[in-house]
Design a binder for this molecule. Sequence first.
Ligand code: EPU
Length: 337
Amino acid sequence: MYWELNADLATRHTMGCPARGERMVSVTNIGDIRRVLSELRATSSPVFVLGGGSNVVFASDFPGAVIKMENRGVNVEASDSGGDIVRTAAGENWHEFVWWTLERGYVGLENLALIPGTVGAAPIQNIGAYGVELKDRLHSVRAIHMDTLEERAFSLPECRFGYRDSYFKSEPGRRWLIWEVAFRLSADAPLVLEYAELRRRWESAGAPGDASAVAKLVEAIRAEKLPNPAQVPNSGSFFKNPVVSGAHFLALSEKFPEIVSFPLADGSRKLAAGWLIQACGWKGFLENGVGVYPKQALVLINPGHKSGGEVKMLASRIQASVEERFGVSLEVEPLIL
Ligand code: EPU
């Protein structure tokens, strides 16, 4: 374990913005994590915990310590109450872990295939895709407090999951470093095929019964709609889908009958931010190396490897035009540092 000084962060986050970290250390086990945290406790240096870098944009150099999570390992505990408990180290690659579970016959994570990033980052924003969210499969999260070094498990309700949200995104929650995530998985969970495009492809593939086949269909959809960060720098959806009141939605739908939305249980409406952005003419926009993905307007791209400031500027222009046209404010999804 050693500190790398003036660490290059451009290659360590998927938006690829040029930035440096004052120092960075990779941790591979809980002993390392404890040592690093106790060392840092004595300083007033800011600390940032980095996974795969797919939900963070470095808009400036980071004036502190970056802890890169590289612990590995998966353990299965048989349980007689609805599936096994699968405990996974935070540093494992999410997509590889999804396939690890599928290859062992578990059903449940197939809709979340090909999401970039690490297992430890997944609960922070409650990753979700094609009708499944992480919270639907999660058992608990083990974390260590960065100031007190207290170690504890967070149960599902304690994680306070919401749409792209959790306790770990809040101010106090950000002081907890996640080092293990446990899932409850079984071999006989039902497949989730409520996302229309997935169901359509599944039916034309002959309605295969196994979860691996569904994962492959999800991979195909993602490959068509979303840019591969290894080829086109991006952070996935750059904005959350905004939720508006039923009344606001009615007014909008009278003026814009084509608007795409999803009803929520409480009468409010989730709007497709991609539609709003496209309607403002941004889809396929590219200026000075920063732009909007031509196949999915919710994804900002940075093919020119421009600074996080440039990305932020484009995001603000998009937010302003959506606000002006629809009276809807778009919330940025990735963490901008
Ligand atoms: N749409 C447009 N134009 C666009 C994009 C979308 O009109 O450029 C409309 C279409 O009508 C489409 C609808 O919006 O049917 C929804 O689009 P899509 O199915 O692509 O989903 P999304 O709401 O844009 C969300 C997640 C994605 C996730 C997909 C599939 C958020 C912020 N994003 O996107 O997650 O893969 O659903 O479940 O909730 C991510 O978080 O990084 C991410 C990629």
